[in-house]
Design a protein around this ligand. Structure first.
Ligand code: NAI
Ligand code: ENO
Length: 309
């Protein structure tokens, strides 16, 4: 594969930036990768494991002369990082982000970006419950979607070049309106994560009553919840605070349906339960028939990581 960007700067050196660094290196897509993370300990670890060619002690130094800058920090930190690097961006460079929320990131970042720098927001729909500089791996994005949410005035060539990079690291790319992105992700990712956090919280309460039983006899569904509920607290706090309206909308609908099912159970209305589950089963089958089930047995896990954290 050939070089797509001469110099790439990664701001934030966790799961996503680390996976990008591994994937870009494996495919030879950048001549030099620089990196910066806020904490000295993270920068030290990144140096030790050789995550990038150069780990810098300031964001300004990392983005100096970079052709592509990737903001891979929690959603709530995107604005302050953008403000810090803005004066140091090279004219003609592309700036993207990998945040799980798009509208709030655009509002926080776009005002800082100088004319002549192409800001193209993005979101890889791939991740794990692990975080930090040691958690990344080259195959994370393989066959997964990477959504780009360009702004109305985004430069078409810059968008095409970023799409090339995304495809070269193994992902499939598509474009979406930022508000629509946030609603879709509230349904498919954000509300499900909150439900997993809640379910594990409920079981934690129960555990005090039933001793170790919940953990000892935990079935596959609950184990998946514990995996998801082990995700990074800072990242997920920021997701909910910055995709507030869409998440609350979906949770409101969720609660209504939950009450409806709760009532059916109380009333012994087996027909209602059966009909509901028949509908949801058809949805799952539809996903598989459409070839959209990317969930290989080891989906979402780093090589060798088979147990919930
Ligand atoms: N973890 C996941 O499964 C996915 C995460 N995302 C998004 O990617 C972004 C990064 O997430 P991860 O890589 O998982 O997080 P992570 O926790 O593994 O890494 C975040 C990095 O950002 C650094 N950081 C935090 N605040 C900073 C600041 N103000 N300035 C500079 N560096 C700072 C941390 O030191 C750390 O190196 C988030 O916006 C998240 O929403 C997107 C897709 C999947
Ligand atoms: O680990 C999982 O199951 C995930 O759902 C990963 C994930 C988390 C956040 C995103 O914005 C995208 C993907």
């Amino acid at each position: 594969m050939s070089v797509i960007y001469d110099r790439v700067a990664l701001i934030g050196l966790g799961l996503i930036a680390g996976s990008m660094a591994h994937a870009m290196r494996e495919a030879g897509l950048a001549r030099e990768i620089t990196g910066f993370a806020r904490s000295e300990a993270t920068r030290q670890t990144a140096r030790e494991i050789g995550l990038c060619d150069r780990v810098c002690d300031s964001a300004a130094e990392a983005v100096e002369a970079a052709d592509l800058i990737v903001l891979a920090v929690p959603v709530g930190a995107m604005g302050e990082v953008a403000a810090e690097i803005a004066p140091h961006l090279k004219p003609g460079a592309t700036l993207t982000d990998v945040g799980s929320v798009k509208q709030a990131v655009i509002e926080a970042v776009a005002p800082h970006i100088p004319a002549g720098v192409h800001f193209i927001p993005g979101h890889p729909l791939a991740g794990t419950e692990h975080s930090g500089p040691r958690s990344g791996f080259a195959g994370l994005f393989r066959n997964r979607w990477w959504l780009l949410t360009p702004l109305p005035d985004s430069d078409a060539d810059a968008v095409a070049r970023l799409s090339d990079l995304v495809r070269a690291i193994g992902a499939k790319t598509d474009r979406m309106d930022p508000a629509h992105h946030d609603l879709v992700l509230a349904v498919t990712s954000h509300a499900p994560h909150l439900i997993a956090y809640t379910m594990v919280g409920v079981a934690d309460h129960l555990r005090r009553v039933t001793d170790e039983e919940v953990i000892q006899y935990s079935a596959a569904g609950f184990r998946d919840f514990t995996r998801i509920a082990a995700s990074d607290p800072t990242m997920w706090r920021d997701v909910f605070l910055h995709n507030r309206e869409a998440t609350l909308d979906i949770l409101g609908r969720f609660t209504e349906e939950l009450f409806m099912l709760q009532r059916a159970i109380r009333m012994g209305d087996g027909q209602q339960l059966f009909d509901y589950f028949t509908r949801t089963r058809a949805i799952r089958r539809g996903i598989i028939e459409a070839g959209q089930d990317t969930e290989a047995p080891d989906f979402g896990r780093a090589p060798g990581v088979t147990k919930p954290a």
